[in-house]
Design a protein around this ligand. Structure first.
Ligand code: GRG
Length: 292
């Protein structure tokens, strides 16, 4: 299958299911269900669920066996965006072409909605395990909670927020990005492999692919912050102006080159899968070339 219809199909399936997994916006207490609904159902790319589907599909898992886990990953991602946009973090006003959750609903309700989403994700996994015999709940919770915590997204974000730009070297920058962004890409890919029963060597290849992909994704994010506009990206741009980024280290062309190299490495990790890896190759190229 070519990438565009695959991404569109994933997005549609995930959007439909996400809307079922949260209470409708009018559900009491509306003060928090409205921001919760808004944060989750606003139009994101759903690339982490797509990665999970693509990896699961590589090992012949059926889409319906992947869907709720993919939605849980998207809930974790959506909660991280709500927190990231807060005044104490990135202080962003625009996300997915709309005002950020705290701008629209206030900081306290944004925090509460983010907390609901984060915990709801694990409730979704538990519900899935009670429906599906053999669902690897313990491994999945270990995988996703590890990706979120201090050894993953939270750790990367903490170093990012507390580092003085002048004191950040390339190794620190790679640490920040591979944790705050890469960890959830890796977990999404591993979750697909786990659900599909991939063998250990296959899972290692997939993790190496996702490491390169996640880092490339953050570099293209840095590029979009530097050269994109709020209209083209749907979010506040220029937020990184006083931060150390791959663009500030390498310049626009250098950052583009590095994103290209990393997606090339990601593709090399797929060699053991031959033609079956084509969709994941296309996904890597999409990440390299994306404009939003
Ligand atoms: C609750 C997991 C969790 C963490 C709390 C706030 C925080 C600690 C970490 C911030 C992590 C973060 C938001 C990193 C940036 C990742 C990134 C490049 C986001 C943009 O992702 P896209 O482009 O967004 O996939 P859409 O809108 O398409 O979903």
């Amino acid at each position: 299958m070519s990438l565009a219809p695959f991404l569109e199909g994933c997005r549609r399936r995930v959007d439909d299911r996400l809307a079922e997994l949260v209470p409708p916006p009018g559900h009491p207490p509306g003060v928090v269900t409205r921001p919760l609904h808004f944060a989750l159902t606003s139009p994101g790319k759903r690339i982490r669920p797509a990665l999970l589907f693509a990896v699961g599909g590589l090992f012949k898992a059926k889409d319906e066996s992947l869907l709720d886990t993919a939605c849980a990953v998207e809930m974790i991602h959506a909660s991280s965006l709500v927190f990231d946009d807060l005044p104490s973090m990135d202080a962003a006003d625009l996300r997915r072409g709309r005002p950020t959750v705290h701008k629209q609903f206030g900081e306290a309700m944004a925090i509460l909605a983010g907390l609901d989403l984060l915990h709801r994700a694990f409730g979704v996994l538990a519900a899935e395990a009670s429906r599906r015999r053999g669902y690897p709940l313990a491994e999945m919770v270990t995988l996703l909670s590890g990706a979120i915590g201090v050894s993953g997204v939270v750790g990367g974000q903490a170093v990012d927020l507390t580092s003085e730009p002048a004191g950040v070297d390339l190794a620190t920058l790679e640490f920040i990005h591979s944790h705050k962004t890469g960890a959830l890409f890796i977990a999404a890919a591993e979750a697909g492999g786990l659900l599909a029963g991939a063998r250990p060597a296959e899972r290692t290849a997939i993790v190496n692919y996702a490491k390169n992909l996640g880092l490339a994704f953050q570099i293209t994010d840095d590029l979009l912050d530097a050269v994109g506009t709020p209209e083209s990206t749907g979010k506040t741009t220029g937020l990184d102006r006083n931060k150390a980024t791959f663009v500030s280290f390498l310049g626009i062309e250098g950052a583009r080159r590095l994103a290209g190299e990393l997606t090339g490495f990601a593709e090399e990790c797929l060699a053991p899968f031959g033609d079956r890896g084509e969709l994941l190759v296309s996904l890597a190229r999409f990440v390299r070339d994306r404009s939003s």
